[in-house]
Ligand binder design. Structure first.
Ligand SMILES: [Zn+2]
Length: 691
């Protein structure tokens, strides 16, 4: 599959790789390393130069030696902007690039001297400037144009700073730097001194914006790269409130908000004065109809606990777990709910960019796990499927970690709240880690959002089992990408014992069926409620889970042989990922069962891989091995579900040229897959018959 990436995103990934390289450099100590860009030295490390006598003079001498490499004949003459003492007797000097005495914005040479008095590294980003440094317009002209163009309030004033050279999109501008200052907010403007136009503007706030940090996760593993936010000027996510519905066993009667029972009424999505596909609640708010499919709506606890959160009430710290690194995939907000259920919420935060507080109320470990695994989940969905954010178009993801049960929802669980599009992870306890400890569980919950925004499979009976399985399967895919091939168990990292909660290879190990005739199979339940697991959604999911295992790994199951999509498991996984993603996104409907699910997966397989009858056969046989549909048997050229003498007769006629074979027959008859049907294939069919 061709994967297209937005350029900004590729840059982000390269940046990460660069940061990792940088970190590994530090780990192995300082080595001699020099990087040039466009023939110009931008970074150099090693024992570069020994400082003698006066530090500044000695450094200037060294800069004079390497000015050709730095790409500027007067690099050694630039003014010293800053000289500071660093950690362990180290020293740091910054020189400002100037042209005719005018500073070039953001362009410097940085020199670092270690405790032994040796220049251990330098970096430089100098730019050659070809520009007249004599302004055409005056300072006063610039102030006048700003007064006209920018709507200043009475309480703001303009302050001239300096004449600068500013490089925008590789072209230098001579600019007047002017600040507009007011009580609420201040801005810095650059006005071109030759055209009298505003070239750029920056907010003058104390917040630094998106940055990177690190931390320790719930498995005591260091996470070197966390996307976080310094300060609190990130985009807020908006208020959260659960719908105020009258709900009696999934029944909603528009207009009756008095909490009475209304037996026999029907939910419709067109109730109230809301757009199509949404319904109006008792407070007059509109909610997407797919909210109604989820547990928590029915069974008398849809409004309990009631969730109503004004996001301005959430507390923040110096550094917050807010990931704005890829806004096109949606911001990730990771919230701390330690000790309660959506009570005293705060952004998981830290006084530094390192999240390793041992104070449990800070939820640093859980935050690091959830934040990191959520980033990886979004990256997988985008990198492999071009699916952005939780809704496919870049909606934010909110994760709430470390909630303690104060209601009917256990803290030894995780759940997706479809009304709020929020993922919530319990604190665990009694043999369990907090529920965000596992990559596959984080992806599982997120994938309920993916399903809610795509097929909308309802959470009941076989449709619900497909919904559950799709979440398990996506969890497997993401773990495989980020954890070296992953594993065939689900949820093993949340249990202190290391035991999984479900098995793809052998679902019965965890009381799930691997065949529709299996003892554990749950029959259709006309009254799917919480107490019967909505008709066995967490039980029957074992069947589609087993199918995923079979198509990727290949195996014999109840005497049906399923060949893997590809011999190389990574390739096999990619094919399965494409089919599962398309199946849920474009083929399945809300109430589909296993039989329809099988047909639609075959359809998706055929549409994605029209020339791959072997893939088609793999999908058919995997479903057939669990008791759904018929297998496609090699050698069964007349498709009567047995391989016998009839098939040999047809194949002889094919070899003799007496039979106008279909493409399917050519593939089914080519037992040894060598591209032709000949006597060797007849021998193969005889062997199949003789077994
Ligand atoms: Zn689930």
């Amino acid at each position: 599959m061709e994967i297209t990436l937005k350029p900004a995103y590729i840059e982000g990934k390269q940046m990460r790789i660069y940061l990792l390289l940088l970190l590994s450099t530090f780990l192995f100590g300082i080595q001699n390393n020099t990087i040039y860009k466009n023939g110009q030295l931008i970074f150099s490390s090693g024992n570069l130069h020994e400082i003698r006598d006066d530090v500044e003079t000695s450094v200037r001498g060294y800069l004079n030696d390497i000015k050709t490499d730095l790409g500027h004949y007067s690099a050694h003459e630039f003014p010293l902007l800053k000289q500071s003492d660093g950690f362990g007797a180290s020293e740091h000097l910054v020189f400002q690039q100037t042209e005719n005495g005018i500073p070039v914005f953001g362009k410097t040479i940085r020199v670092h001297i270690n405790h032994k008095g040796i220049i251990s590294s330098i970096s430089s980003n100098l730019k050659p400037i070809h520009l007249s440094t004599i302004p055409t317009f005056s300072k006063k002209d610039a102030l006048t144009i700003l007064k006209d163009e920018v709507p200043f309030s009475k309480k703001s004033y303009l302050k001239f700073k300096e004449l600068l050279i500013y490089i925008k999109n590789d072209s230098p501008h001579l600019v007047y730097s002017i600040e507009s200052i007011s009580f609420e907010q201040s801005w810095s403007y650059f006005v071109d001194a030759n055209t009298n136009e505003i070239v750029d503007q920056f907010p003058l706030t104390y917040d630094e914006g998106p940055t990177t940090g690190s931390g320790i996760n719930l498995l005591d593993e260091p996470v070197d790269l966390l996307q976080i936010y310094e300060g609190e000027s990130f985009t807020p996510f908006g208020n959260l409130a659960t719908p105020n519905l009258v709900c009696e066993d999934y029944c909603f009667d528009y207009g009756d908000c008095d909490g009475q029972n209304y037996w026999g009424c029907t939910i419709t999505a067109s109730q109230g004065d809301c757009p199509d596909g949404e319904l109006e609640d008792c407070n007059g708010n509109c909610f997407s109809e797919w909210y109604m499919q989820f547990p928590g709506v029915g069974n008398n606890f849809c409004n309990d606990p009631w969730i109503e959160i004004d996001d301005s009430q959430l507390s923040t710290g110096m550094f917050n777990m807010v990931d704005e690194s890829h806004p096109e995939l949606g911001t990730i907000y990771t919230l701390n709910s330690y000790g309660g259920f959506y009570e005293d919420l705060s952004y998981v935060n830290s006084t530094s960019s390192v999240f390793e507080s041992v104070n449990i109320t800070n939820s640093h470990e859980s935050g690091v796990s959830a934040h990191d695994y959520q980033r990886k989940t979004l990256d997988y969905f985008w990198d492999y499927h071009n699916y952005a954010g939780i809704n496919g178009t870049g909606k934010r993801t909110i994760s709430v970690v470390n909630y303690f049960s104060t209601s009917s929802i256990s803290q030894r669980n995780a759940f997706y709240n479809a009304a709020l599009d929020i993922l919530t992870y319990g604190y665990g306890g009694n043999g369990y880690r907090p529920f965000c400890a596992a990559q596959d569980i984080v992806t599982h919950e997120f994938s309920h959002g993916f399903t809610a925004h795509t097929s909308g499979l309802i959470y009941r009976n076989q449709a619900g089992a497909l919904n559950e399985s799709i979440s398990d399967v996506m969890g497997y895919f993401v773990e495989a990408v980020y954890q070296d091939g992953g594993d065939w168990t689900e949820g093993e990292d949340v249990r202190l014992s290391g035991e999984g909660g479900r098995s793809f290879i052998h679902p019965p190990a965890h009381q799930q069926p691997d065949h529709v005739n299996h003892y554990y199979f749950v029959d259709y339940n006309p009254n799917p409620v919480w107490s019967n697991d909505f008709g066995g959604v967490h039980t029957n999911s074992g069947i589609p889970n087993k199918i995923m295992y079979l198509v990727i790994q290949g195996d014999e199951h109840y005497e049906i042989i399923v060949e893997p999509f590809e011999e190389d498991i990574i390739q096999s996984r990619i094919v399965a990922g494409n089919i599962w993603f398309a199946w849920n996104s474009f083929y399945l409907d809300k109430e589909d069962d296993f039989v329809i699910g099988r047909e639609k997966m075959l359809q998706a397989c055929n549409d994605l891989y029209p020339n791959r009858l072997d893939y088609y056969q793999t999908v058919s046989n995997a479903w057939a091995s669990t008791g759904i549909g018929n297998p496609i048997l090699s050698g069964d050229v007349n498709d009567d579900q047995v391989v016998n003498i009839q098939d040999i007769i047809i194949m002889i006629n094919m070899i003799m040229g007496n039979w106008d074979a279909t493409e399917t027959q050519l593939i089914l008859g080519d037992i040894n897959s060598d591209g032709i049907i000949d006597i060797l294939d007849i021998v193969g069919v005889v062997n199949i018959i003789m077994n």
